[in-house]
Design a protein around this ligand. Structure first.
Ligand code: SF4
Length: 714
């Protein structure tokens, strides 16, 4: 940690929030830590633009309740300020005692998709080597896991969009499935301007969101399907493509396998049957299928893209739903061609990099499976340990959280970069499990709801105070650069992990220098799918645009240029072909049937990010969106005796919440929407379902059967 304000005064870095990772220039005040001025910076993704969250991001640096010293829980339930040695000795001592009593898996680790690549890598290594536990997972399980699993099984690799964002600009059609980027990442929509002008933007969402309005106003299409029926829409679109002979036969013969099984799996979803299940008119489904086909290169179009977001991914059938989207893209010959493609619109700032470097329960750095003997041998050689030392796979996030403090579960949890009390599904149960632990340690920069439950809180640096790298939604590696010093005693998580590791007997295996950890991570990734071994800080700082895979070059060879579009030649599957996966619609786990129940869907508002721990502390954002709300159609509100501004009481099988009503005609009459940025009575995730997808372990955030009635007051 630098001892004072950095002399350079201006740093070229990127926004601390979402996966678009808009480029910023931070300018510090000479001789002072604050204030820091934020300006948008020209970059291929944001083209100089920032959203309201981005240009107010420096306000978090001056949050009045910023944690600046370690805090230790006192006997009366409060906290006392402590020195670092006190806090770290306490944590290491308790960890050793609990593991001596109950085994290595008595201690678990929970990471985050906002951590830098270096921190994500160090955290996975720390869990496996310093703690010797197999129990590590992270909040990216709630974010991208089903899209990642679907891409891995269909395309052999999960590389986010797998094309530069600017490629979207030339397409004739873009099908957006369950993403509202017009609100969640506004600079993104610049890349949709061309397709919108050409009338080719199609948006699937139960609400007429800002993004859906862009489609409608541009003579595109908004598909307001019944929540949870998205997969039927996709099965029907593929049914129409195949029935009308719109598929790309030459591409399918050359580059794809599995068509016959998929053809059988969509046979039952003729348009009129799909209309009954989804509420989308059969003729509209035909219109969209023909629009996508006409845009495909095989039929002379300029290209088409299919994008998925959390709206279709956060389901107990999320992986299958994304595979249905990929099947459609493959049938139309879109993937592995310049100017067309499929990709998930990643949410968290380092959602992509966060799942590549080993903080996932089943993975080692390089996006390798922890059960693969060759992967274990390679990573062990980089770590300088015997492969047998590396524990086996752990359990995914929901299962990990629900096991905390149980008879056979972990007795201690170390949390980094996550506010699970607000962001996890069935949040009330999660809070109960955290309270049942013998030891909860939370690294955070502000007193988040999760930090407030901790036995020890360790204050960490935030984005403007640290160096590192992130991997954005395109699979592009970008540099984060420090502009100011950290306040008080706040320290980088790399420093904290090294200090804890030292107390646990292996401090020499860790470094608090970001570039040192990056170089080691790159070596550990060599030969894996997410190969960073040809990337260095020097190349990034020289302004090279580097997308993984980017393997190290042999001596005498020129440096690998990176891979912006990885599937152009072949797919990284055993056959080199993409796989169509036959999937069947199962429907939501909750008993939500058309006409029988009210559906709760959740999402974000422009002003807040994830659990809101940071953005709720920015005055301008908090004033614009001060509290939770429930959005509903006036016809539905009338049924429940509710009016604009009235308080609604909401209940599901998991829990209860209360929020003020906002009336809008931009939502289905059987659906209500709640943003998930708030804790307490307004917590949407007290209502959501923690049932998980069998393939990816993604929870079903997006479809919940909810009971509603009027309440007297909040
Ligand atoms: Fe860009 Fe996302 Fe930051 Fe907004 S929150 S400025 S869209 S990176």
């Amino acid at each position: 940690v630098a001892p004072g304000p950095l002399p350079g005064a201006a740093a070229a870095t990127h926004c601390p929030y979402c996966a678009l990772q808009c480029a910023q220039t931070l300018t510090a005040t000479p001789g002072e830590r604050l204030p820091v001025a934020v300006a948008g910076r020209e970059f291929p993704t944001n083209r100089g633009g920032l959203c309201q969250k981005g240009w107010t991001s420096a306000e978090v640096l001056r949050a009045s309740d910023r944690i600046t010293t370690p805090l230790i829980r006192t006997a009366d339930g409060g906290f006392r300020e402590a020195g670092w040695d006190d806090a770290l000795d306490l944590v290491a001592g308790r960890v050793r005692d609990l593991q001596a009593e109950s085994g290595d898996d008595a201690v678990a680790v929970f990471g985050g998709g906002g951590l830098t690549n270096e921190k994500a890598y160090a955290l996975g290594k720390f869990a496996r080597l310093a703690l010797g536990t197999r129990l590590i997972d992270y909040n990216g399980r709630f974010c991208m896991s089903s899209a990642a699993a679907a891409s891995n099984r269909a395309l052999g690799m999960d590389r986010g969009l797998a094309f530069p964002l600017a490629d979207l600009g030339g397409a004739d059609a873009v099908l957006v499935l369950g993403s509202n980027m017009g609100v969640t990442m506004p600079p993104f929509v610049q890349h949709l301007a061309g397709v919108r002008e050409r009338g080719g933007l199609v948006v699937l969402d139960p609400r007429e969101t800002v993004t859906a309005k862009l489609a409608r106003d541009g003579a595109g299409v908004h598909l307001a399907a019944v929540p949870g029926s998205d997969m039927v829409v996709l099965l029907a679109l593929l049914h129409i493509v195949l029935a009308e002979g719109l598929q790309d036969d030459a591409y399918l013969a050359d580059r794809v396998e599995g068509l016959d099984d998929v053809r059988r799996s969509v046979a039952q979803w003729w348009p009129e049957r799909a209309e009954a299940a989804t509420g989308v008119p059969a003729d509209t489904l035909r219109e969209v299928a023909r629009l996508l086909a006409a845009a495909s290169p095989s039929r002379g179009g300029r290209g088409a893209y299919i994008l998925t977001g959390r709206g279709v991914e956060q389901m107990a059938q999320g992986t299958d739903c994304v595979n249905a989207a990929i099947n459609l893209a493959l049938a139309l010959g879109l993937i592995g061609r310049e100017g067309s493609g499929y990709g998930p619109v990643t949410g968290q700032g380092n959602g992509q990099g966060g799942r590549e470097h080993g903080q996932k329960s089943d993975q080692l750095p390089g996006y390798r499976m922890i059960t693969d003997p060759a992967a274990r041998a390679h990573v062990a050689s980089v770590w300088g340990v015997d492969p047998a030392v590396i524990p086996g796979p752990g359990v995914p996030a929901v299962q990990l959280l629900s096991s905390l403090g149980t008879a056979d579960g972990p007795r201690a949890l170390l949390v980094h970069g996550s506010n699970v009390v607000v962001s996890a599904p069935n949040a009330t149960a999660v809070e109960e499990r955290l309270r049942a632990l013998d030891l909860l340690v939370v690294c955070d920069l502000v007193p988040s709801e999760t930090a407030m439950l901790a036995d020890v809180v360790l204050p960490v640096t935030q984005w403007a105070e640290e160096d590192g790298t992130m991997t954005n939604l395109e699979g592009r590696i970008i540099r984060r650069r420090a502009a100011v010093a950290a306040p008080g005693e706040a320290r980088s998580e790399l420093w904290i992990l090294r200090e804890l590791a030292a107390r646990l007997g292996c401090g020499a295996l860790f470094s608090d220098d970001a570039e040192t950890m990056f170089d080691e991570m790159a070596r550990a990734s060599a030969g894996g799918k997410a190969d960073y071994s040809g990337i260095t800080y020097a190349r990034l700082d020289a302004g090279e645009e580097l997308f993984w895979p980017c393997p190290a070059s042999a001596p005498g060879e020129s440096a690998h240029p990176g891979t912006p579009r990885p599937f152009l030649e072949s797919f990284p599957t055993p056959s080199g072909r993409a796989r169509m996966i036959a999937v069947a619609h199962r429907g939501p786990a909750d008993d939500v049937r058309p006409g029988m129940a009210t559906y709760l869907v959740t999402g974000r508002v422009l002003q807040h990010y994830q659990s809101g721990a940071q953005t709720r502390r920015v005055k301008e954002l908090a004033q614009a969106q001060p509290e939770a709300f429930v959005e509903m159609h006036p016809l539905l509100a009338e049924r429940y005796g509710l009016t604009e501004g009235a308080v609604a009481f909401l209940a599901t099988a998991r829990g209860e919440a209360m929020a003020r009503v906002r009336l809008t005609t931009d939502i289905r009459t059987d659906t209500v929407f709640m943003p998930f940025h708030w804790a307490g009575a307004g917590s949407a995730n007290r209502l959501t379902n923690d049932v998980t997808d069998p393939t990816s372990s993604m929870p079903e955030f997006k479809v919940t059967a909810v009971e509603i009635r009027a309440a007297h007051r909040l």
